[in-house]
Design a protein around this ligand. Structure first.
Ligand SMILES: Cc1cc2nc3c(=O)[nH]c(=O)nc-3n(C[C@H](O)[C@H](O)[C@H](O)COP(=O)(O)OP(=O)(O)OC[C@H]3O[C@@H](n4cnc5c(N)ncnc54)[C@H](O)[C@@H]3O)c2cc1C
Length: 192
């Protein structure tokens, strides 16, 4: 969703409408015709598709970082301090340059991962690498962007505050980044 706040364009990205709750499936029966795959092959099917989930989170992280940088450029262009747009300060430009560089690096690796997925060659290790690295990168980009909003960055009304809060979970779900690193390391060690 997109909108304007005090004349500043922003993209709304949020998870706040989504509740987190525990689901229990006791004595649930699924009709045979509704079963996905053959009996007792569920784990195998899940393992075969395992790379998709971390890749999806990697895509969200790269897209969120891109949205945050775009939002921050718009904001710092119009917000003035000491009679000058914040974007005019060298520190602002350097921070945005660092963020944009990290974004490009991750975008390139992400594109490669998507190509591999399309060719059915994406390994769980590569999908894990983009998941952990892109979510770490996104967390850092959001922290830098939020800082450039000053006090407004700490207000819920501003999308950057919501992006910062919502993105935090990306390092936790779809496998915590610590567990994801174990998966990558196992891949490195398997032939030794
Ligand atoms: C918003 C949200 C949505 C979610 N959606 C889903 C979903 O759709 N489907 C689903 O199945 N799950 C979902 N989850 C659950 C999520 O995948 C788990 O929270 C996550 O895997 C971490 O497990 P845990 O919470 O039990 O943490 P714990 O396993 O208790 O881990 C706590 C900390 O210890 C660290 N740790 C644990 N073991 C090790 C180890 N061996 N080495 C090093 N560090 C370790 C972890 O990295 C973490 O930092 C969701 C969670 C959230 C918050």
């Amino acid at each position: 969703m997109e909108g304007f706040h005090k004349g500043i364009p922003f993209k709304k990205i949020g998870m706040k409408s989504q509740d987190t709750s525990a689901l229990f499936f006791d004595n649930v029966k699924v009709r045979k015709e509704n079963r996905l795959g053959d009996e007792k092959t569920g784990f195998k099917i899940m393992m075969r598709e395992l790379a998709r989930e971390p890749l999806t989170v990697g895509i969200m992280a790269v897209a969120t970082a891109e949205g945050a940088i775009e939002n921050t450029i718009s904001y710092t262009k119009q917000r003035t301090a000491f009679k000058s747009p914040i974007l005019g300060f060298q520190n602002t430009q350097f921070k945005l340059a660092e963020c944009a560089t990290q974004l490009q690096i991750h975008q390139a690796f992400l594109d490669r991962c998507i190509e591999l997925l399309v060719d059915h060659k994406l390994t769980t290790e590569s999908a894990s690498m983009i998941k952990y690295s892109a979510t770490d990168m996104c967390g850092k980009v959001l922290a830098e962007c939020l800082q450039l909003y000053g006090g407004y960055g700490y207000m819920w009304d501003y999308p950057i505050a919501r992006m910062y809060a919502d993105n935090r979970v990306a390092r936790i779900y779809a496998g915590t980044n610590e567990i994801i690193k174990i998966v990558i390391a196992r891949g490195l060690l398997k032939d030794l």
